[in-house]
Design a protein. Structure first.
Ligand code: SAH
Ligand code: DHB
Ligand code: MG
Length: 225
C-alpha cells in the first residue's frame, strides 16, 4: 500500500462524510497563509474526534496543542451550548490564528485558549481546582507527553477519555533505541498508559493523508485525585 492510495482513500472518505465544511476548510487556508505547519489532524481524524466526543457525551474538554484550531473546532462542535473547551498553546502566533478560526466557526463562546507552555498551565489548572474534564486530547510536543499524562490524570474523573495523537510515527515507535526525543517521549507515554492501573488503554494505528501514525485511547477507571 502506498501513500498515494492512503491519500486517495482519505479523499474518498472526506467526499462521502464531510463533503462541505467551510469552517474547517477556511481554518486550513488561514493557518497555511499565516505560515503555520501543515500538521493538523486530517479531516477523517478530525471527524473521529467529533464522534468520540459526541458519543462520550463530553461537556468539558481539555486540549494540549492548539495549532490553528482545526482539532479544537472538531472537538468543540460535539459540545452542548453550555459546554467548555480549554485549549493550551505555547505559541502566541498560533493562538492568535486559532482564535480567529474558532470565532469564525461560531465556537468563540465555548472555547478558551490559554497561551504558554502546557507544563506551566496544567499545574495552574490543577491549583485553580477546575472541574474535571470529560475528554482530554494530547497533541503538543511529544517529548513531554509523559508529563502531560500525569497532569491530565489530576484533571480527570472516572470515565474521562484521554486521546493522544502521533503515538506511532511511521512505525518508528517500535525503535526502542531511537535517539529521537519525540519517539522516546511517545514510547514512555505508551508504557505509562499500559502500566497505570487507573487506565484501560489501546492504540489504533491510522493511515491516510498524514501517512502512518496512530491515536492512543485511554479511559480512566477509578478516582485519580
Ligand atoms: N491539535 C492540532 C495540532 C497541534 S500541533 C490539530 O490537530 O489541529 C502541536 C502544537 O503544540 C503546535 O501549535 C505547538 O506550538 C504546540 N506546542 C508545542 N510545545 C508546546 C508546549 N510545551 N505547550 C503547549 N503547546 C505546545
Ligand atoms: C507533528 C506534530 C503533530 O501533532 C502531528 O500530528 C504531525 C507532525 C510534528 O511536530 O512534526
Ligand atoms: Mg498531532
Amino acid at each position: 500500500m502506498s501513500q498515494e492510495r492512503w491519500t486517495a482513500v482519505d479523499a474518498y472518505v472526506q467526499n462521502l462524510f464531510m463533503p462541505d465544511d467551510p469552517a474547517l476548510e477556511r481554518t486550513l487556508e488561514e493557518s497555511s497563509a499565516a505560515g503555520l505547519p501543515n500538521i493538523a489532524v486530517s479531516p477523517a481524524q478530525g471527524k473521529l474526534l467529533t464522534l468520540l466526543a459526541q458519543s462520550h457525551g463530553a461537556k468539558r474538554i481539555l486540549e494540549i496543542g492548539t495549532l490553528g484550531g482545526y482539532s479544537t473546532i472538531c472537538l468543540a462542535r460535539a459540545l452542548p451550548g453550555d459546554g467548555e473547551l480549554v485549549t493550551l498553546e505555547y505559541s502566541p502566533h498560533h493562538a492568535e490564528v486559532a482564535h480567529a478560526n474558532i470565532v469564525r466557526a461560531g465556537l468563540g463562546d465555548i472555547v478558551t485558549i490559554r497561551t504558554g507552555p502546557a507544563q506551566d498551565i496544567l499545574p495552574e489548572l490543577v491549583s485553580e481546582d477546575v472541574e474535571p474534564f470529560d475528554l482530554i486530547f494530547i497533541d503538543a510536543d511529544k517529548g513531554n507527553y509523559p508529563e502531560y499524562l500525569g497532569w491530565s490524570l489530576m484533571l480527570s474523573r472516572p470515565g474521562t477519555l484521554i486521546i493522544a495523537d502521533n503515538v506511532v510515527r511511521d512505525g518508528r515507535i517500535v525503535d526502542g533505541d531511537s535517539s529521537d526525543v519525540n519517539i522516546q517521549g511517545a514510547r514512555r507515554f505508551n508504557e505509562l498508559l499500559a502500566a497505570d492501573p487507573r487506565l484501560d488503554a489501546t492504540i489504533v494505528q491510522t493511515v491516510g493523508s498524514k501517512g502512518h501514525d496512530g491515536f492512543a485511547l485511554a479511559v480512566v477507571n477509578m478516582p485519580t485525585t
